[in-house]
Design a protein around this ligand. Structure first.
Ligand SMILES: Cc1cc2nc3c(=O)[nH]c(=O)nc-3n(C[C@H](O)[C@H](O)[C@H](O)COP(=O)(O)OP(=O)(O)OC[C@H]3O[C@@H](n4cnc5c(N)ncnc54)[C@H](O)[C@@H]3O)c2cc1C
Length: 423
């Protein structure tokens, strides 16, 4: 058994983008920080995302409009929403909460809480990257959302008006303007929306690795270990790991789609599901587009990265243990071939599937345990974990430091669904 003096040491469980931004923010406060992960930094979900700071995504996933569309998306063999039948019985309680979250009052509250995080997201990323001299990882790329069918005009107009109402900068583009700005796209487009203020990162895995390198260069420790359980103690918290027990003054659980297991061990039931998402990366095609491009109808995003052109898609509510469903990659290939003017590189593309951690109300958990002041949580960022990582890190660091965070934290409470489990 390893028994260190807890002192002022803080542990972060999870070396994804949330865990590493948090570890750096804690370190900058002069705390001695250890990150624990069973994999290398960024090798979980944070490695394979679309690399896009989706600050215009302010709508919760569960809305009346989404529920109306869901059956059509589910039944379409190339549709963006998938519920594997084998998993459906386990999913039902979560699904019931998800449907309940579409109540208009809750959607409005959720939108406000997502917008509050997204509004602060880019500035927080700038502070984080400036702190380690890695500003070039964030690119002011803009974002383009396109429609192939003219029938989508009314939907695009509504979407534009909705986002403008919420203060998002957005421009309307006709097909010829899209072609001028994005010659890499196919000519079969009708119209689009341009978000000129949007940002992307150059490569999400490289980004997390740079955060990890800077953290270690400043004396931070990264241990490859699986945390089995958190044990509150009078002086802090002990982590039971596959390497033995480790004592700390405080811990932040940032274990992405696995975080609810650790929360359950300290008496908190958190209804976290995984939205499995898939990607293809086309090596050598990193200049095929000038900025991230989303397809409103196909619900996929293509992002030019240093590692190639990445195409991501699908929301598959399938838990943590099912194998990837191979035909999703074929669907992504099909979408890519239709959207790009020149679709070379598809045969050589690499395939990946990862787990978006999602709560029924689409909001993350950023909170301190209601009964154990030394245990904190930062997880559940669904499609927005990259976007919201740096601001989450600042907020949870304020909680660890016993300060008042810059935002109202009530919407992100850990016990907002169930409260505590009976002992
Ligand atoms: C296809 C796809 C595209 C996406 N595109 C975008 C996008 O463009 N923009 C955006 O903002 N977001 C996007 N996302 C979402 C984003 O990637 C996630 O929200 C984010 O990566 C979650 O980060 P995390 O640090 O919470 O989790 P992870 O990156 O999964 O990190 C959690 C870490 O915890 C470790 N861990 C878990 N349990 C334990 C344990 N018991 N002990 C030790 N270690 C443990 C894991 O090994 C893992 O490394 C996308 C997601 C997918 C799947």
């Amino acid at each position: 058994m390893i028994q260190a003096n807890a002192g002022s040491r803080v542990a972060v469980v999870g070396a994804g983008v949330i865990g590493m931004t948090t570890a750096l923010a804690l370190q900058q406060r002069g705390l001695s920080v250890t990150v624990l992960d069973s994999q290398g930094p960024g090798e979980g979900t944070s490695s394979g995302n679309a690399g896009f700071l989706a600050i215009e995504s302010i709508d919760p996933l569960s809305t009346p409009a989404m529920l109306r569309q869901a059956p059509r998306l589910w039944l379409d063999p190339h549709g963006a929403v998938a519920l594997p039948f084998r998993y459906l019985p386990r999913l039902l309680p979560w699904l019931a909460r998800f449907i309940a979250a579409a109540r208009p009052a809750q959607v409005t509250q959720g939108r406000q809480a997502l917008a509050a995080l997204n509004e602060s997201a880019v500035a927080a990323w700038r502070r984080c990257l400036a702190g380690i001299g890695a500003e070039e990882e964030l690119v002011a790329s803009g974002y383009l959302l396109v429609w192939e069918s003219d029938r989508g005009r009314a939907e695009a107009k509504r979407h534009m008006a909705h986002l403008q109402h919420w203060g998002v900068e957005v421009e309307w583009l006709e097909a010829e303007e899209i072609r001028a700005r994005e010659p890499g796209l196919s000519g079969r487009l009708s119209h689009g929306l341009l978000f000129p203020g949007a940002h992307q990162v150059r490569d999400p895995l490289v980004l997390v690795r740079r955060l990890a390198q800077a953290f270690e260069a400043r004396g931070g420790e990264i241990r490859q270990a699986r945390v089995e359980r958190l044990i509150p103690t009078p002086s802090g918290v002990t982590l039971a790991t596959d390497e033995g027990e480790l004592a700390f003054a405080q811990v932040v659980v940032a274990a992405g789609a696995w975080s609810h297991h650790l929360a359950r061990g300290v008496g908190l039931e958190v209804p976290l599901e995984t939205e499995r998402g898939y990607h293809l990366t086309l090596p050598g095609r990193g200049t095929a587009l000038r900025r991230p491009v989303g397809s409103a109808e196909r619900r996929c995003v293509m992002t030019p990265m240093t590692c190639g052109l990445r195409v991501v898609g699908f929301t598959e509510l399938g838990g943590l243990s099912l194998s990837p469903i191979k035909r999703r990659y074929a669907s992504l290939r099909r979408h890519t071939a239709r959207l790009l003017a020149e679709a070379s590189g598809l045969d050589a593309s690499t395939e990946w599937m990862g787990f978006r951690p999602t709560l029924p109300d689409s909001l993350p958990v950023i909170d301190t345990h209601p009964d154990s002041a030394n245990i904190h949580f930062a997880f559940g960022h669904q499609h927005l974990g990259l976007t919201q990582a740096a601001i989450t890190a600042e907020l949870v660091t304020a909680l660890v430091a016993g300060e008042r965070p810059a935002l109202d934290m009530a919407p992100y409470r850990v016990n907002r669904f169930h409260g505590r489990r009976p002992a």
